[in-house]
Design a protein around this ligand. Structure first.
Ligand code: MAV
Length: 326
């Protein structure tokens, strides 16, 4: 009896994530974090804006704290049109379905926040969005992001020598592993929800992440040494399952696109503005130690040929040159 109840509960989560009865729509969202994280705040803002812009009845059911898994799970759900209708995702977690989408969050793509802002304000990534829709069945409705990723490790990493053979977790896209391989580290693709344990048990010596997530998921408990490599400014699309999106009434699709653009701008300002403060908060609380990293220029030099080769493979050389030139 208990078993069958569980089965029913599980299939209720996997099926019927969208119910469109007359004008009533309920969309289910997912966040790996609690209400304090900028991803969750941005998704809440997205919900508020959609409801405001849409004349019909709409409800949202946002599942927090990784209840529905991690981003690599969400990608599969979005692709299949089950369980998760909207979320925020790292492009590098969508590589299984689209080889080109991780280009937009590869390390050392953006020089600084101004450059990142200019690129996100342009349509430079439109071909990548089109490939994602086509190959993955995922629709980008806006852009969150703006966190700066640094190394977080059990022991300090302050220069290229200490980075050599450093066993670190990277996201699943091959370009992420190739990048950290090129700078001499020993990267391994590990699921996000296994990182804490893998560091604690010494399977790896660290990973790389942005301040907001290190704080929200308490990664500082196992990786308290932050090296300011500042290798990535994040790009985190707000996404929807195309299987769901395409079934929605046109006026709701219009509201979603407008809400996504606005919620993204809200989220980018929030995360990019809070990034330094969050690092400082964690340092003040004695949770992390911040280290300068000597060798960022060297990293950049080693990584550029890897970026070039990846773009060439994708036939995206012009796109990359265009982004670099902005
Ligand atoms: C951070 O929590 C976010 O950037 C999230 O989008 C990523 O999936 C995650 O890191 C990660 O490294 O997998």
């Amino acid at each position: 009896f208990i078993f069958s109840l569980r089965t029913i509960a599980a299939s209720a989560i996997l099926l019927g994530s969208v119910s469109i009865a007359g004008a009533d729509v309920t969309l289910r969202g997912a966040s790996m974090f609690d209400e304090d994280h900028s991803f969750t705040k941005t998704l809440r803002e997205f919900e508020r804006l959609v409801a405001e812009k849409y004349d019909g009845e709409i409800a949202f059911d946002l599942r927090l704290n990784g209840e529905l898994g991690v981003e690599s799970d969400y990608v599969t759900y979005l692709n299949q049109g089950v369980a998760v209708d909207y979320t925020i995702l790292a492009p590098s977690n969508m590589a299984v379905f689209s080889e080109s989408i991780p280009l937009m969050d590869m390390p050392f793509l953006f020089r600084d926040l101004d450059h990142w802002n200019a690129v996100l304000g342009s349509d430079a990534f439109a071909p990548l969005e089109a490939d994602l829709r086509e190959a993955a069945g995922i629709v980008i409705v806006g852009y969150h992001g703006g966190g700066v990723r640094n190394l977080a490790s059990a022991e300090p990493i302050t220069n290229m020598e200490e980075l050599a053979d450093h066993r670190m977790r990277v996201m699943g896209a091959p370009i992420q592993a190739k990048t950290f391989d090129a700078v001499g580290a020993a990267p391994a693709a590990i699921a996000y929800n296994e990182v804490y344990n893998a560091i604690q048990t010494g399977v790896i010596a660290g990973f790389e992440n942005e301040a907001a997530s290190i704080q929200n998921l308490k990664f500082y408990e196992v990786a308290p040494h932050i090296s300011l490599t500042q290798h990535t400014i994040t790009v985190r699309p707000i996404v929807m399952s195309a299987a769901i999106y395409d079934k929605l009434p046109e006026d709701l699709q219009t509201a979603i696109m407008a809400a996504g653009a606005e919620a993204g701008a809200f989220g980018r300002a929030l995360e990019s503005g809070a990034d330094g403060e969050i690092l400082q908060e964690m340092a003040d609380a004695g949770q992390i130690k911040i280290h300068a990293f000597e060798g960022r220029e060297k990293m950049l030099e080693l990584v550029q040929p890897v970026q070039d080769a990846y773009a060439a493979e994708l036939g995206a050389t012009e796109l990359l040159e265009n982004v670099r030139g902005m």
